[in-house]
Design a protein around this ligand. Structure first.
Ligand SMILES: C[S@@+](CC[C@H](N)C(=O)[O-])C[C@H]1O[C@@H](n2cnc3c(N)ncnc32)[C@H](O)[C@@H]1O
Length: 258
């Protein structure tokens, strides 16, 4: 297969994933309650505060933040389709004066040093890695500013081989909670809080809404191998979670720059 063919398949892959996740309110595990719990650890936000949500997707968590915290919020995501929906969602909620979505990459941010009061990122820092993200983003925060991210984490020191293999392949930077907290401290933050996202963030809010989307997708793309494989993988991920949820999950890590 030529490079050109590879490129077009890759692009189709992305647009397929975007189409799939554009149909769900969230593109990762989470809930309004958890976003609010994380927000409760953050003080000193004011109307002039500058907040960014990196890997914001269509903005499920950003809108919760905006409705419960003062400040100007910029959502950044790599995918223009997500940002278009993000801005539509902000408008629907009449938040467009304070909440703006922009296409951009979390590894190439153009903020000024010490410009930001809060960096938020739910289910997205893994795209560049926890340690790299925390380290590179720190300079954009004011002293006393906060970072709040969710990250896949192990709950135990040891786990069954099937789930260990899955994660070593998907995201080898997954680690235990104490190790992640240490990494946050080493990256120059005071670890203010960490807590495990409850199960409903994965089930009710993430896997369950995908079931209808998967059926519609398989109908629309009947016979399309790539679409079928993609849905197969999403279903496999959901099965693994229900089988091994005692061993891993998402954890919110909140840190303060000193
Ligand atoms: C699992 S989704 C989480 C979305 C949303 N924060 C949520 O919790 O529903 C990960 C998001 O990261 C975005 N993303 C991937 N790589 C990125 C990058 N380099 N810069 C910015 N966003 C990125 C994806 O487009 C996607 O919206």
């Amino acid at each position: 297969m030529s490079n050109t063919d590879n490129t077009s398949i890759h692009e189709f892959d992305f647009s397929l994933i975007c189409e799939y996740f554009s149909s769900t309110e969230r593109q990762g595990p989470g809930s309004p309650e958890v976003t609010l719990k994380a927000l409760s650890f953050i003080d000193n936000l004011r109307a002039e505060s500058r907040i960014v949500d990196l890997g914001c997707g269509t903005g499920g968590q950003t809108m919760v933040l905006a409705q419960n915290a003062p400040g100007q919020i910029t959502g950044i995501d790599l995918f223009p389709d997500f940002i278009r929906l993000f801005n539509q969602n902000a408008e629907k909620l009449n938040l467009q004066e304070r909440v703006k979505g922009e296409v951009g990459s979390m590894d190439n941010l153009s903020f000024q040093e010490e410009e930001l009061d809060l960096i938020w990122s739910e289910g997205a820092i893994y795209n560049i890695g926890f340690v790299r993200g925390l380290t590179e983003w720190r300079k954009f925060l004011k002293t006393g500013g906060y970072v709040a991210v969710t990250e896949a984490s192990w709950f135990t020191d040891e786990r069954p081989e099937e789930i260990e293999r899955f994660w070593m392949d998907a995201y080898p930077e997954i680690d235990t909670i104490p190790n992640k907290v240490t990494q946050m401290q080493k990256a120059g933050y005071v670890p203010v809080a960490s807590f495990i996202l409850p199960e409903n963030c994965w089930t009710e809010n993430y896997h369950v809404p995908q079931v209808a989307v998967q059926e519609a997708f398989l109908k629309k793309y009947a016979g399309n191998k790539m679409a079928e494989e993609f849905i197969g993988f999403q279903r496999y991920e959901a099965e693994l979670y229900s089988k091994y949820k005692a061993y891993y999950g998402y954890v919110f890590y909140i840190g303060k720059k000193i």
